[in-house]
Design a protein around this ligand. Structure first.
Ligand code: 3PY
Length: 253
């Protein structure tokens, strides 16, 4: 199966993506066909305006342009992982991973037996890879990416144990939730130290480290710091930001 992001990260290349929050494949297609160079897209079923009925169309649209579609599910539940994987997601991001036990469960939900507990029903999964149902079933456990978000005080305190969990590919930092959960200033000393600790734990254990970024300059700094993967913007953030700048340029306020 095609593994754009997984292969790129394995070669030491950076994962540059964007957050998709609109339930519209037209938006994903227009961005990916015009702005080349994104190798993944986060389809946000947690905070985006996206539900599980949208996953199939969005995953297939993203994959068609050679980017890896990752679905963020709303919560750490087995049924939600199953719905997203069965739509043809190439990876799942599960929010709020607090302990190694959480991480082991999440990995198990993402893998077929004997590696995990994923139920069998891959009728719609092969399409986004351009392969048959049977080929998908054989390749899925290796090809799919398992990502968990570290975004709580407990998650940071347990991160060295979480990072040891086999089958996990990426530790993905949610910096906003992290600052809220820790009750520390965003970008302040404790926040920065927690982020550095997660990055180190990931790399010490052969895992990739990723972080949410609101803009390209922030992403560039995170790549320089050693992060493997970051989104460089969100669709809604770019739209609102650019519209505000255009209004200002017109002389309005
Ligand atoms: C966070 O920063 O908390 C995120 O999960 C990004 O959406």
């Amino acid at each position: 199966a095609r593994m754009t992001l997984k292969n790129a990260l394995a070669r030491g290349e950076k994962g540059r993506g964007f957050w998709l929050t609109f339930p519209a494949s037209s938006v994903a297609r227009s961005i990916l066909s015009t702005v080349k160079g994104f190798n993944w897209v986060l389809i946000d079923g947690e905070h985006g305006m996206i539900g599980d009925r949208d996953y199939y169309e969005l995953c297939n649209a993203v994959a068609q342009y050679g980017a890896t579609p990752i679905v963020r599910i709303p919560n750490a539940e087995e049924a939600l992982v199953k719905r997203a994987l069965d739509s043809g997601a190439h990876g799942i991001m599960t929010p709020m991973c607090h302990t190694a036990e959480d991480a082991r469960k999440i990995v198990s939900w993402n893998k077929y037996p004997p590696h995990g507990s994923r139920g069998y029903g891959p009728m719609f999964c092969g399409a986004s890879f351009g392969i048959s149902e049977g080929e998908y079933a054989e390749q899925a456990d290796d090809a799919l990416m398992v990502m968990v978000q570290i975004e709580s005080r407990a998650g940071v305190e347990n991160v060295e144990e979480i990072a040891k969990v086999e089958g996990l590919d990426v530790l993905f930092i949610g910096p906003y939730d992290l600052s809220k959960s820790m009750n520390v200033e965003f970008g302040g000393e404790e926040h920065s130290a927690a982020i550095a600790r997660i990055l180190k734990a990931a790399h010490d254990n052969g895992k990739k480290a990723a972080i949410f970024c609101g803009d390209g300059k922030t992403a560039s700094k995170r790549f320089a710091q050693g992060f493997d993967m970051a989104n460089v913007t969100t669709d809604i953030g770019s739209l609102v930001g650019q519209m505000g700048r255009e209004l200002a340029d017109s002389g309005g306020d």
